[in-house]
Write a protein that binds this ligand. Structure first.
Ligand code: NAD
Ligand code: ZN
Length: 458
């Protein structure tokens, strides 16, 4: 929520206006946000007696009934706008359909829209709220790891437009964000891993204790969906809660002084230097988490070459990516891509590379003076090292599939449903060949691509 204070003074030829915007918003950790015993969400809607929710259809199918019961229990009317969402549907059309529902509902001043889903839904619906009557409140309930620890930590909201990713958007803070990690119970493992990469990012460059915990519990965090399934002793959940709390806190501390992203030396841009261009280079684009992991692993090799991290730290970090099933290399991550990605990022970072690298793990420095020779030598060494790792440093579930493009209904590609093919539920295989054979919706790469040469504004 924001509040603008401004003053006006007369000048010789006109007026001068000076204003300050106060922004405030809260986060609440709450497992079981739709558990009728937990009143926190209902309290937010008590004064309105009703709520309009915007949800990902998959989430509705999984949690709609529970949510309805929650609102019934608290005697609050609930109207739900369901949306099938994917990178292709992160569009103005989807935004406008949400706007229509807001009008039909007759949303009134200050009444918050409830937005439930992954980063895609919270981005699109958040932008609808930013634009609706210039400013409409909303409450966010993220349901993916990316949503919980990344997208919902920021106040950026957006849609893709004209083949440009996040081309239209705003900075619009929600009133409140409920962080309920029990939603992860139903999140496919590939999506959990994808979000895990962002936690490695923030901890490697910003918080050693969190890194130590990720290192200690890596496989168990992913397998138990952050301690929300099959964690009898509660040990993983305890570690997960500490990781998530410190990861989010770290991100907020780093980014809130820079809410409008004017500063360009950003710790959280670790792994986001060469990846924006590379993410979209393979025929089937890499998942964001895998693309940034390749960048982070390579950046670590570069840092190790400069003795900014020791050999031991370097191996520890690479080993963590490998254990998490995240990618550390890809055939298309080559000298040519590095050169193109460097040129592109220089444009968005005001002429400087500003590559965040760990120094040592838990903190970081920014490199601006890396020559092409040094980059290429580090790349050769990195690729050589990859031979020592399982899968030669390739990741699991590394490429986008229909669950990222909006063509999945509860894990079953819509194409399979419409063509009456057997369900592919549970067959989130790693085989790129199979994914290619399954076929991605036409133009996916264009939709994911961006006016920036490097894919998207970093
Ligand atoms: N605003 C920001 O600062 C910011 C930061 C990071 C990412 N993003 C944006 O977030 C988007 C990606 O979001 P995402 O990774 O959360 O993906 P997503 O919203 O597409 O969700 C991924 C898939 O998981 C399904 N799903 C969501 N929650 C589920 C659950 N609990 N159980 C089962 N299935 C579930 C969805 O239906 C979808 O198929 C991108 O568009 C990216 O640009 C924004
Ligand atoms: Zn990222």
């Amino acid at each position: 929520m924001s509040d603008l204070k401004a003053s006006v003074v007369e000048t010789q030829n006109g007026f001068h206006v000076e204003g300050y915007e106060k922004i405030e918003y809260d986060f609440t950790f709450l497992d079981g946000v739709f558990n009728p015993q937990n009143k926190q969400l209902a309290d937010c809607y008590e004064r309105w007696g009703r709520a309009l929710a915007v949800m990902d259809l998959n989430i509705y199918n999984l949690y709609g009934e529970q949510m309805q019961k929650y609102f019934d229990h608290h005697k609050l009317e609930l109207k739900i706008h369901k949306t099938m969402i994917g990178e292709k549907a992160k569009s103005m059309d989807t935004l406008l359909s949400i706007v229509d529902s807001m009008t039909d509902f007759g949303i009134i001043r200050k009444e918050p829209v409830l937005v439930v889903g992954g980063g895609l839904v919270t981005d699109v619906a958040g932008f609808a709220c930013a634009a609706y009557r210039r400013n409409t409140n909303f409450i966010r309930i993220p349901t993916t790891v990316i949503g919980l620890i990344d997208a919902s930590v920021s106040i950026k909201v957006a849609v893709n437009y004209g083949n440009y990713k996040n081309r239209l958007g705003a900075y619009h803070a929600p009133m409140h964000t409920f962080l309920d990690f029990t939603f992860l119970k139903t999140l496919p493992e590939g999506q959990v891993r994808n979000g895990f990469a962002e936690l490695i990012k923030i901890s490697t460059c910003g918080h050693l204790r969190t890194f130590d915990l990720l290192d200690q519990y890596c496989e168990r965090l992913i397998a138990t969906k952050f301690g929300r399934v099959d964690d009898e002793s509660g040990e993983v959940r305890k570690a997960a809660d500490e990781i998530n709390r410190s990861g989010i806190y770290e991100m907020l501390k780093l980014e809130t002084p820079n809410l409008h992203e004017i500063g360009l030396d950003r710790v959280i841009a670790y792994g986001h230097t060469w990846s924006p261009l590379h993410e979209l280079t393979p025929d089937v684009p890499l998942r964001h988490g895998h693309a940034i992991s390749i960048d982070m692993a390579y950046s670590a090799t570069l840092a190790n070459g400069r003795k900014l991290i020791s050999d031991e730290e370097h191996h520890r970090l690479l080993n963590l990516f490998s254990r998490a099933g995240l990618s550390m290399d890809h055939v298309d991550f080559n000298e040519e891509v590095l050169a193109k990605a460097t040129a592109a990022i220089l444009k968005t970072r005001d002429g400087k590379l500003r590559a965040a690298v760990p120094n040592p793990i838990g903190s970081c420095v920014f490199l601006n003076d890396v020559t092409a020779e040094e980059m290429n030598a580090a790349l050769r060494r990195h690729k050589e090292m990859m031979k020592e790792y399982p899968r030669n440093g390739e990741g699991l579930d590394a490429f986008v599939d229909s669950s990222d493009t909006g063509y999945t209904l509860n894990d079953v590609p819509v194409e399979a449903l419409t063509k009456g093919q057997p369900s592919t539920n549970g067959t989130h295989t790693n085989g790129i060949a199979q994914k290619m054979a399954n076929g991605l919706p036409n133009g996916l790469k264009e939709v994911l691509a961006n006016g920036y040469e490097n894919g998207y504004k970093n």
